[in-house]
Design a protein around this ligand. Structure first.
Ligand code: PLP
Length: 378
């Protein structure tokens, strides 16, 4: 018996054969293939295990996100935001892309926009460093300036509206654009790379927060996989995250951080406090001292937020040693220190900023070499 299936009976409904496989869909398929190709090439960044003689049975691992094609962990975020926009039908062949960012995110997004042949506009404070502006422009991105840092959000919306474009909105979409259950996200990559280690399930993951997206992915993944690993988020001076997590007040505001990429003046919508087991606030001098010490131990420079991460990892390692525990701790190298030659690695900048890293430097070195506990003054 033959069935006559006629799902489309309304007069206004065109015959299926005439529903176009539009140029738009063909473009999306090609774009997704390009983005997935990039993901396959760059997701499994190295997991480093430097040897520190003072740490006994506690190992600190560092996932090196500075080796992505655009030099930071924001490479993953930018790729996810593009996939999210395309798969939601919001980004097509002629879409102008807009973002509020003066930093690493805009550099990575400019790269992906160029890869897909799209116009990209970064909305940023006029005070943004020449170096970052040049990096964005080198990928064909345009920079649109505002006077006050707090104006970037509204101005991005306005520019997107005016150009008929799409606001990528990292500070809202970071936590939702990432495939947190798998898809070789950063958490899955870490746990797979740890499989043959002496302590394959880390006691702690340690991560700082900018958008909060990476800590959200890590925290959700360890819960989803039913692991005993705990997540410690390290915050910095003048950031809203720590107090918000402690008090539960998501309206908390702060002055804004000196450590680029992390610490925010407001609690960003993409920050997910419920998946965080513990938070530590690290002094800026300790973050920068840790960036100096780790750069020397790795024979190459790493950035300030990596210093924050590393100091937090040392702090947790110290408490594990004190409790007689063995095990592993994993944190991230977020970007390279080359971006901070004029600031964190410049003695004049440190002096002018009133930052003395010497005491923290001695403290960290004593700990790494002799396992002497980081003092209680924190
Ligand atoms: C964005 C950023 C972070 C924080 O990552 P999030 O996932 O946004 O919380 C840390 N370090 C650097 C250099 C960054 O650019």
């Amino acid at each position: 018996m033959q069935h006559h299936i006629r799902p489309c009976q309304a007069a206004a409904c065109p015959p299926l054969a005439l529903v176009p496989d539009s140029a738009e869909r063909a473009w999306s398929r090609a774009a997704i293939a390009l983005l997935q190709g990039d993901g396959h090439r760059s997701s499994d960044t190295h997991l480093l295990k430097p040897l520190f003689s003072g740490l006994g049975g506690v190992s600190i691992y560092l996932k090196d996100e500075s080796t992505h094609p655009t030099g930071s962990l924001k490479h993953r975020l930018a790729r996810s935001l593009f996939l999210y926009g395309i798969c939601n039908g919001r980004i097509g062949p002629g879409t102008t892309l807009v973002e509020a960012s003066s930093g690493s995110t805009a550099v990575s997004e400019a790269y992906f926009a160029k890869l897909l042949g799209l116009r990209f506009i970064a909305v940023m404070p006029r005070s943004t460093s020449r170096q970052k502006i040049e990096a964005i422009q080198s990928f064909g991105g345009e920079c649109h300036f505002v006077e006050a840092a707090g104006d970037v959000y509204d101005e991005s919306l306005r520019v997107a509206h005016q150009t008929g474009g799409y606001y990528l909105d990292q500070f809202t979409n970071a936590e939702r654009a990432t495939d947190w259950r798998g898809g070789n996200n950063i958490a899955e990559s870490i746990f797979r790379q740890m499989e043959s280690e002496e302590h394959p399930i880390p006691e702690w993951l340690v991560m700082s927060a900018g958008t909060g997206g990476t800590s959200a992915t890590l925290g959700r993944y360890i819960r989803y996989r039913n692991l005993e690993t705990r997540l410690c988020v390290v915050d910095v001076e003048n950031s809203a995250f720590y107090d918000a997590w402690r008090t539960g007040d998501m309206q908390t505001v702060a002055a804004g951080s000196r450590i680029e990429g992390i610490g925010r003046p407001r609690v960003e919508p993409s920050f997910v406090p419920g998946v965080i087991d513990h938070m530590i606030r690290v002094p800026d001098a300790a973050s920068i001292a840790a960036a100096h010490v780790l750069s020397e131990r790795l024979f190459r420079q790493i950035g300030g937020s990596t210093g924050t991460n590393f100091f937090g990892a040392c702090w947790i390692a110290a408490t594990m040693l004190r409790a007689g525990r063995r095990g592993s701790i994993v944190t991230l190298i977020c970007d390279s220190g080359q971006r901070y030659a004029d600031t964190f690695f410049n003695p004049d900048w440190l002096r002018e900023s009133g930052i003395d890293i010497a005491p923290y430097r001695r403290m960290i070195e004593r700990f790494l070499d002799h396992g002497e506990f980081i003092g209680p003054e924190l």
